[in-house]
Design a binder for this molecule. Structure first.
Ligand code: PLP
Length: 394
């Protein structure tokens, strides 16, 4: 039985070097980093070293980096921490894109109930935020603009530098969700002037349960939790030392992947998969901009096919992929990202995301492509709509 994992935007396997770096902090070095004795001090030092590594990688200072438990928490803290702070006394508009991860989308919707005015910026058919609309919508009443850097479903890279400039010009804060960008494209926070930025360990071969939020020095957010002095009271609660140390190691290693040809190998495997599928199957559509896309992601709509059925049949063949559909109240909603690009719901329903990692091989990619072609053809054989389509072409 094959075991081919092509769902790395959901989460990545833990890197061996990361696990090794974490182990001592799960076994012998178990002190509480807040303790002043040697057990605590040793762990504190390792946490601060990890903070330094991650801050350096992002081009920020260590005291601007706050550890959290996940990207979802960092994004909630960025949006709500600003909305509940004194900064919000004079402005009440929140601008986010229409292809945000649900944690930003839902935080923004929640803030509508708290009296904020939320604008969802549309994307163009290529899945890139419409900058002209951004220019119109971001104004002097805008408190915060939040956009992802790379989209998790289609991989499109957003014009964060341009959006940052518009936000700045209007005196608005700028938050970037870089969860899917870190380790896939090189960047430093200074390149787009973000006031806040989210990263998460488990998307870069690090452990689950650890993430960070960069908060520019001087910016005073309202914490969402109250307790001890950890993370300068911005995020109280005993830290997760093994997780944080693993995160530091994961960042260090993934930056090397960007330089030593690993990311280019991933890109060529992704392109091989994409070319294989687009050339062998009719009525398929690549979703999102061809070039402005992270190297590991390809999202394809297979017309006349139900994405969930395709996913389950591929799983039976040992190939793990994902659809952007959200199972809500018993009905399958098509992905908001795909429909935001103007793709009709029935086509969006047949969309599949393939997201690769440094561990995928050419043999796996070729097996996966063969499996997709076989399953799509099989599903279409059962589809009366496909029959009608074929007749209409005769
Ligand atoms: N933002 C983006 C773009 C993501 O892809 C994800 C996870 O898929 C998150 C935020 C949430 O991160 P986490 O899973 O660490 O909560």
């Amino acid at each position: 039985m094959k075991n081919i994992y092509l769902d790395n935007n959901a989460t990545t396997p833990l890197r061996e070097e990361v696990l090794e770096a974490m182990m001592p902090y799960l076994r012998e070095s178990y002190g509480n980093p807040s303790s002043v004795h040697s057990f605590g001090k040793k762990v504190r030092q390792a946490i601060e070293a990890a903070r330094e590594t991650i801050a350096n990688a992002l081009g920020v200072t260590a005291d601007e980096l706050y550890f959290t438990t996940c990207g979802t928490e960092s994004n909630n803290l960025a949006l709500k921490g600003v909305a509940f702070s004194k900064i919000a006394e004079k402005r009440n508009k929140i601008v986010v894109s229409s292809i945000e991860h649900p944690c930003v989308q839902q935080s923004a919707k929640y803030l509508v109930n708290k009296g904020f005015n939320v604008c969802f910026l549309p994307v163009k058919p290529d899945g890139i935020i419409d900058i002209e609309v951004a220019r119109r919508e971001i104004d002097e009443n805008t408190l915060i603009v939040s956009t992802l850097y790379a989209n998790n479903e289609i991989g499109t890279i957003q014009p964060v530098a341009e959006i940052g400039k518009i936000a700045k010009a209007n005196g608005a804060l700028f938050h970037v969700d870089a969860v899917q960008a870190l380790g896939k494209i090189p960047f430093k926070v200074g390149e787009f002037g973000a006031d806040m930025l989210t990263v998460s360990a488990h998307k870069i071969y690090g452990p689950k349960g650890t993430a960070a939020l960069f908060i520019r020095k001087g910016l005073k957010l309202e914490p969402l939790m109250h307790g001890g002095h950890q993370e300068k009271r911005m995020r109280p609660g005993t830290e997760n030392p093994a997780g944080i140390i693993g995160f530091g190691k994961a960042v260090e290693e993934v930056l090397m992947d960007l330089e030593d040809g690993t990311i280019e190998r991933i890109r060529s495997l992704r392109d091989r998969l994409q070319d294989n599928l687009l050339s062998r199957l009719d009525e398929v559509k690549l979703n999102g901009h061809m070039e402005l896309r992270v190297p590991n992601t390809v999202n394809i709509s297979f017309k006349y096919v139900e994405g969930e059925s395709l996913l389950l049949m591929l799983d039976n063949k040992g190939v793990a992929v994902s659809t952007g559909s959200a199972c809500s109240s018993g009905s399958l909603e098509p992905s908001h990202v795909i429909t935001s690009m103007g793709i009709p719901a029935e086509v969006a329903h047949g969309s599949i995301r393939f997201s690769l990692s440094r561990y995928n091989t050419q043999e796996e990619i070729d097996y996966a492509a063969d499996a997709v072609v076989e399953v799509v053809n099989k599903l279409r054989d059962f589809s009366p709509l496909w029959e009608d389509f074929k007749k209409s072409k005769q």
